[in-house]
Write a protein that binds this ligand. Structure first.
Ligand code: ADP
Ligand code: TRP
Length: 332
C-alpha cells in the first residue's frame, strides 16, 4: 500500500518561535516517521509582509536551518522552497477559476485586517494587498499540487486547509473526476495553541514569542518576561492557571511536572524560581538542536545544496501533477 502524503509549510517571516516548533514542526517531524513527508518554506507567502530582499533571503535560510536542526533528514523527507516550484503558481491560476470571492471574504487573516482597519477608522481595504486577500488560494495550491492528505498545523491554519478542501471539491465536481486529493488538517490537541509571554496565543503578530533558537542569555530573559500574577512569595500558587507552568508542561517529564506543581502548592516559591526551572527544561531540550542550527547558519552551502536537490525532486512530482491537470482542464 502506498504511504499517505503529509505536507506542511512555514513562512519565513523571522526566527520560528516555540509555538511554531511545538504546533507544527515537531508534530510534522513525528508524522514523517510513518508517512511520505513534503515540507517546504513558504517564501512567496512571506512577500506579503517582508519587502526587503536581504531580510527575506536570511529568513529563508533561518527556516531551512530550523527544519534541518530539528531533525529533518533530507534523504527521507522532501524539503524545498515554494518559489523553486513554479508549478505552484500555474496551479494557483487554475484554482482561481474555481474559488469564489465570497470564500476569500471569509478568510480569517483578511477579516482580522479589516477589523483592525475599522477599529482605527480606516477604509476596509487599507493595508490589504491582493497577496493577503488571495493567501488561501496560494496555500491551497501548495497542498493540492502534492496530493497531500494530512497537513500538520496549529489551530489557526485549520480554516485555510478546509478552504483548500472546498476548492479541490469544486474542481473534482466540475470535471467529475478525483483530480485533486482532499486534504485534512492534522492538529494535535495538546499543542494546537501554544501560549506566549502574555498568555495569549504565541504569535509574531502579538510580539509575545519565545524564539526557538537564541542565545541562552536571551532565552533566560524571555522566560523572565512571562506574565505572572502578583502573589507574594509565601502564598501557595496554582500551577494550572499559571503561564509559566503551562509552558513548563510542554518540555518537562511527568516527574519534573509533579515536583514543580508541589513546590507551587506548598508556598514559599517566588516566580523567579519557576521561571528558572522553565528556562532549564527548555534549554536542555533545545540545546543540541541550537548547536546544529548555529553550525548550519555559519556555512550555508549545505542548506543551498539540500534546497537545490529538494527543488529538483519536487518539480518532478509537481510537473507530473500539473501535466495531468492541464489535460483535464483542456489547455492541452
Ligand atoms: P505566526 O502566527 O507567529 O505568524 P505562522 O503563521 O508562521 O506563525 O505559523 C507557522 C506554523 O506554526 C503554522 O502551522 C501555525 O499554525 C503554527 N503555529 C503558530 N503559532 C502557533 C501557536 N501559538 N501554537 C501552535 N501552533 C502555532
Ligand atoms: N499559512 C501557513 C502559516 O501561516 C504557511 C503555509 C503556506 C502552509 N502554505 C502552506 C502551511 C501549506 C501548510 C500547508 O503558517
Amino acid at each position: 500500500m502506498e504511504k499517505k502524503i503529509v505536507l506542511t509549510g512555514i513562512k519565513p517571516t523571522g526566527m520560528p518561535h516555540l509555538g511554531n516548533y511545538l504546533g507544527a514542526i515537531k508534530p510534522a517531524l513525528e508524522l514523517a516517521k510513518s508517512y511520505e513527508a513534503r515540507y517546504f518554506i513558504a517564501d512567496y507567502h512571506s512577500l506579503n509582509t517582508v519587502k526587503d530582499a536581504d531580510t527575506l533571503k536570511n529568513y529563508i535560510y533561518e527556516v531551512a536551518a530550523v527544519w534541518l536542526a530539528c531533525g529533518l533528514d533530507p534523504d527521507k523527507v522532501l524539503i524545498y522552497k515554494q518559489s523553486a516550484v513554479p508549478e505552484t503558481f500555474e496551479l494557483t491560476t487554475i484554482i482561481n477559476a474555481f474559488t469564489s470571492k465570497g470564500l476569500m471574504n471569509r478568510a480569517h487573516a483578511y477579516k482580522a485586517q479589516v477589523d483592525v482597519n475599522r477599529e482605527k477608522k480606516k477604509p476596509d481595504d487599507h493595508n490589504i494587498n491582493m497577496g493577503l486577500f488571495t493567501y488561501p488560494i496560494l496555500m491551497a495550491a501548495d497542498i493540492l499540487l502534492f496530493d497531500a492528505e494530512l497537513v500538520p498545523v496549529g489551530k489557526d491554519q485549520k480554516q485555510h486547509i478546509e478552504m483548500a478542501a472546498d476548492i479541490a471539491e469544486a474542481v473534482n465536481r466540475n470535471y467529475k473526476e478525483q483530480l485533486l486529493t482532499i486534504p485534512k488538517p492534522f492538529i494535535d490537541e495538546s499543542t494546537k495553541v501554544i501560549i506566549g509571554l502574555d498568555g495569549r496565543k504565541m504569535s509574531k503578530s502579538y510580539d509575545n514569542t519565545i524564539p526557538l533558537f537564541c542565545s541562552e542569555k536571551k532565552l533566560k530573559k524571555f522566560c523572565n518576561k512571562i506574565v505572572t500574577n502578583s502573589q507574594d512569595v509565601e502564598e501557595p500558587k496554582d500551577p494550572d492557571t499559571c503561564n509559566v507552568f503551562t509552558l513548563y508542561k510542554l518540555f518537562a517529564t511527568q516527574d519534573q511536572q509533579k515536583t514543580l506543581a508541589e513546590t507551587y502548592k506548598a508556598g514559599g516559591m517566588g516566580w523567579g524560581y519557576a521561571k528558572g526551572e522553565l528556562f532549564t527544561v527548555i534549554n536542555d531540550s533545545i540545546k543540541p538542536m541550537r548547536e546544529k542550527y548555529d553550525a548550519l547558519m555559519a556555512d550555508k552551502s549545505y542548506i543551498d545544496q539540500v534546497l537545490n536537490e529538494g527543488a529538483k525532486k519536487a518539480r518532478v512530482l509537481a510537473g507530473k501533477k500539473l501535466e495531468a491537470l492541464r489535460h483535464a482542464v483542456g489547455v492541452k
